[in-house]
Design a binder for this molecule. Structure first.
Ligand code: FAD
Length: 565
């Protein structure tokens, strides 16, 4: 069903077993899981899919080695295992990432860690070689059986300086271990929700539909494009609104205080010297204030982050000048002679971690684990609400499974399919070796008559989803985008048609990496607005409004002013 048909369907049939509010990774993961079990489920988001915390992560698929010092062994074990599943289930988007911890001290931290476990030390403090070694041994132990990534290593100063000539010469060691990198969390979410829709005919996902209010057995939703409201009658409402969970509960008449979110920001820099200095490795280290920060390779750019600051209203989130200063002071701790400047920032983003409300002095101490908070039916509402609090991007599948199981129990249904080893989107039938990938691409090039280099590009961008894209491209006259080589008209049409693009910025910021990698310009904005506008039948006025909207989103949320050409 297309969007209009889906909306019409719910206007005529408002009964739905499960309504999920919020299409971040936890909402989308739960949606896919329930759809696979044959549950009729509606997923809505007031904005685009994966536009909240799930788009603002550090793009690490990780166990969270740092959480060991808060005693979060369960979480780390689960997250390491989920990291391995994601590397296997979404190999087109989640790749093993060699993480380097520069170590400047031998012993600090070893006495602090036990104090932290028993709650006597609340401030972050510098971690020395020994404590990092202990953490990495535990980390390896959690993942031993799966063996998806190699074990950690320690490299002495001489070897480190040989490999990273620009690193701070005060270095004593580097510790190395593997985690996972995902450059496009937004695409993982988009492909996962399409998998959910494909799994069951009564599973539907709608972006730009918000929760308005609820009473009795009825929830009122608002379609944000037309402003029209409609109602649905669920048996359970899953509140997956992330940092907005308490705001969403308030709309349905419940005062909750589940969330005590903290803000984190990141910058993406065009700094070829820094990019060359880090190689294909993430550098993960302590800033002067003891916070763990990162320098991360993102295609030909470098991402730096992150902050951890209390915030009242997640709608106020944006990266401040003070945070930019913080990042610019942190990079020289590891690479003292590399010059950074504000002109090198091509994109910036901020989000709020939906952490559980906690009474602690230091945000780093708040648990990163997840939980389902149940609000039982009462005089005002006939159905329960399951609020999904906390959790890591990495462990969304395990969290979603827990939520789906709880919903199945309520609905008196049983699980039919496990998501543990289930491929996501273009990770399905993904050729595992370089030779197999070449063969796969060769077959597709032969079949579609599309040049091998272009097939390579599509495969890198979409995994095996490049097959339906290439087939669609080959069925008509295609032209490359003049101002954005590497993308073509029919490729963009396919994405718009199949991936629920509503606004221009959905394409630039979430279905593609164009904005994130600083490839957006006024010319390609205009050229692609024409393609998307023709396809979606925008009037000239709508097209101009969409261009304006994209400029505004870029300035307000991502600190980017595009020069008008
Ligand atoms: C700075 C930062 C760094 C992080 N780094 C990592 C990392 O490297 N690795 C990792 O594993 N995890 C990381 N995380 C954690 C992870 O990103 C989040 O825990 C996870 O994405 C939360 O997903 P969610 O689906 O619960 O919330 P969200 O992604 O925020 O989704 C909630 C959705 O609800 C929607 N919504 C809100 N109100 C309404 C309403 N009234 N009606 C309809 N929809 C509504 C919003 O639009 C939003 O899309 C990080 C988080 C942040 C913020």
């Amino acid at each position: 069903m297309n969007r209009q048909e889906t909306l019409q369907h719910y206007k005529e049939n408002p009964e739905v077993s499960v309504l999920i509010v919020g299409a971040g990774v936890n909402g989308v993961g739960t949606f896919r899981d329930l759809a696979l079990q044959g549950v009729d489920v509606l997923l809505v988001d007031r904005g685009d899919f994966c536009s909240g915390a799930s788009a603002a992560s550090s793009h690490m698929v990780h166990g969270g080695i740092r959480y060991l010092e808060n005693g979060e062994f369960r979480l780390v074990r689960e997250a390491v295992q989920e990291r391995n599943h994601l590397i296997q289930n979404a190999p087109h988007y989640v790749k093993p990432l060699l993480t380097v911890i520069p170590v400047f001290k031998w012993f600090s931290g070893i006495f602090n860690a036990p104090l932290k476990f028993i709650g006597m030390l609340t401030k972050p403090s510098e971690r020395g070689a020994i404590i990092i070694k202990i953490g990495l041994i535990m980390y390896d132990a959690f993942t031993r059986k799966q063996g998806t990534v190699p074990k950690h290593q320690f490299k002495p100063r001489g070897v480190t300086l040989g490999e990273f000539p620009k690193i701070n010469p005060k270095i004593r060691f580097t510790a190395r271990y593997y985690d996972g990198a995902m450059h496009t969390p937004e695409r993982i979410c988009a492909e996962m929700l399409l998998d959910g829709e494909a799994a069951y005919k009564n599973a539907n996902a709608l972006n730009y539909v918000s929760l308005e209010r609820a009473s009795g057995n009825t929830v009122t939703l608002k379609e944000e494009i037309t402003g029209e409201s409609f109602v649905v009658r669920p048996q359970v409402l899953i509140n997956a609104a992330g940092p907005w969970i308490d705001f969403a509960n308030e709309k349905i008449g419940f005062q909750t205080q589940f969330i005590g979110g903290t803000k984190g920001s990141h910058l993406i820099l065009n700094n070829p010297e820094l990019r060359a200095a880090i190689g294909e490795n993430e550098f993960f280290f302590e800033n002067k204030d003891g916070r763990i920060v990162l320098i991360y390779p993102m295609k030909d750019k470098v991402m730096v982050g992150t902050s951890d600051l209390p915030i009242e209203n997640p709608d106020d989130v944006h990266c401040t000048d003070a945070e930019i200063d913080y990042f610019f002071e942190m990079v020289p701790l590891v690479f003292p002679n590399i010059h950074l400047s504000r002109e090198q920032i091509v994109f910036q983003f901020s989000g709020v971690r939906p952490l559980p409300k906690a009474d602690v002095n230091n945000p780093g101490q708040i648990s990163r684990d997840h939980s389902i908070r149940v609000t039982e039916p009462d005089d005002g509402l006939d159905f329960p609400i399951y609020s999904l609090v906390g959790g890591k991007w990495t462990s969304f599948r395990a969290f979603s499974e827990e939520v789906a199981d709880k919903s199945l129990e309520l609905l008196n249904l049983s699980r039919k399919v496990s998501t543990r080893d289930l491929a996501i989107g273009g990770g399905r039938d993904y050729p595992k070796t370089v030779v197999a990938q070449e063969k796969w691409r060769g077959t597709l090039a032969n079949k579609t008559k599309i040049p091998a280099e272009r097939i390579y590009e599509l495969f890198e961008r979409y995994g095996t989803r490049s097959q339906p894209i290439a087939e669609y491209i080959s069925q008509g006259i295609d032209t490359l985008i003049k101002s954005l080589p590497g993308y073509s008209q029919r490729e963009i049409e396919f994405i718009v048609q199949k991936e629920k693009v509503i606004h221009l910025d959905d394409f630039f910021i979430r279905r593609s990496m164009v904005a994130k990698l600083g490839q957006l310009s006024s010319s390609n904005l205009d050229e692609i607005a024409n393609i998307i506008g023709n396809y979606l039948k925008w009037s000239d006025i709508q097209r101009n409004q969409e261009i304006q909207r994209t400029h505004q989103v870029l300035v307000e949320m991502h600190g980017i002013v595009l020069e008008r050409e």
